[in-house]
Design a protein around this ligand. Structure first.
Ligand SMILES: [Zn+2]
Ligand SMILES: [Zn+2]
Length: 283
């Protein structure tokens, strides 16, 4: 089978190495069937992000046009070699869906898919927003404690899944709070919140990303864990693969190993997106 990588970044977001073309070339070299271009959607119009170094987190609003037109040109250029799909990874911020939609609606028709993510939490306790997967915010992670971060993350994820205004296709790195290998103490209560999120994913017919970026982090494990993938399988939640590459060298990172694990669990199909429509392909 030929693999597909649906989660890749590039220099447009100001913290990844390499041009969009470098990622496409690497994907061709890896003999992929499809590469999804999914850089970080802009943040600068959001409220309450004063603490966040958002200029280095994402594309800026004026850069959107160039991002899309460059990707479209490359899609045509490499048409005989690989399928190029164009998307965004978009962060969910509670109660800011309409601000977000002001900028998404005009470009919606050009997009093949949207990854929905949470990288930033705000407890609204006066400390402000913070990026829980950014090592520069480790003091905040320690301030709140592991269990509280996990709890709040999964509750925020439920809000995202319950928001019809937040329109997306794929949940990215579902259990991201484990990135720095922080293990929760009260696993039962966190599992409970996690299961609620999984049921919402199933109800909304969304796709879950199996993100191999986690294998390169302190947790040394894909997002989500095998235990969670088993739960997803029993809920019949469709999946696809993402490397979360911020460097062209890690395109399709450990995908072959991942496919073996997924097949052992029982999965035999992967999701594919074209203009926001999902189909399943055999793996
Ligand atoms: Zn990034
Ligand atoms: Zn992400």
């Amino acid at each position: 089978m030929r693999l597909e990588d649906w989660h890749t970044h590039n220099e447009c977001c100001h913290h990844a190495i390499g041009s969009i073309e470098d990622y496409i070339k690497s994907a061709i070299k890896h003999n992929l069937r499809t590469i999804g271009i999914s850089d970080h959607f802009p943040y600068e119009f959001l409220e309450g992000i004063e603490n966040i170094p958002y200029n280095e987190y994402a594309i800026t609003l004026p850069e959107i046009e160039n991002y899309i037109s460059t990707a479209e040109k490359l899609k045509a250029k490499y048409n005989d070699d690989i399928i190029v799909r164009i998307g965004f990874e978009i962060d969910y911020f509670k109660n800011q869906e309409s601000a977000l939609n002001n900028y998404i609606t005009p470009i919606e028709k050009t997009l093949d898919y949207i990854l929905g993510s949470i990288h930033i939490l705000n407890f609204f306790d006066g400390r402000g927003a913070w990026g829980f997967d950014d090592s520069r915010f480790r003091k905040d992670y320690k301030f709140y404690g592991v269990d509280k971060v996990y709890m709040f993350y999964f509750q925020t994820l439920q809000k995202m899944l319950n928001s019809p205004q937040f329109d997306f296709d794929i949940i990215a790195h579902f259990d991201l709070p484990k990135k720095f290998n922080d293990i929760p103490n009260n696993k039962e209560i966190i599992n409970n919140e996690m299961m609620k999120a999984l049921e919402l994913i199933e109800k909304r017919n969304l796709v879950m990303e199996i993100n191999t970026g986690g294998l390169r982090k302190d947790c040394k494990e894909q997002y989500p864990s095998e235990i969670i993938i088993n739960e997803m399988y029993s809920l019949d939640i469709p999946i696809l693969l993402g490397s979360d590459a911020h460097n062209p060298d890690v395109i399709a990172w450990k995908f072959k190993k991942m496919i073996k694990i997924l097949k052992r669990i029982g999965y035999n199909q992967l999701a594919h997106f074209n203009k926001r429509k999902m189909i399943l392909i055999e793996m």
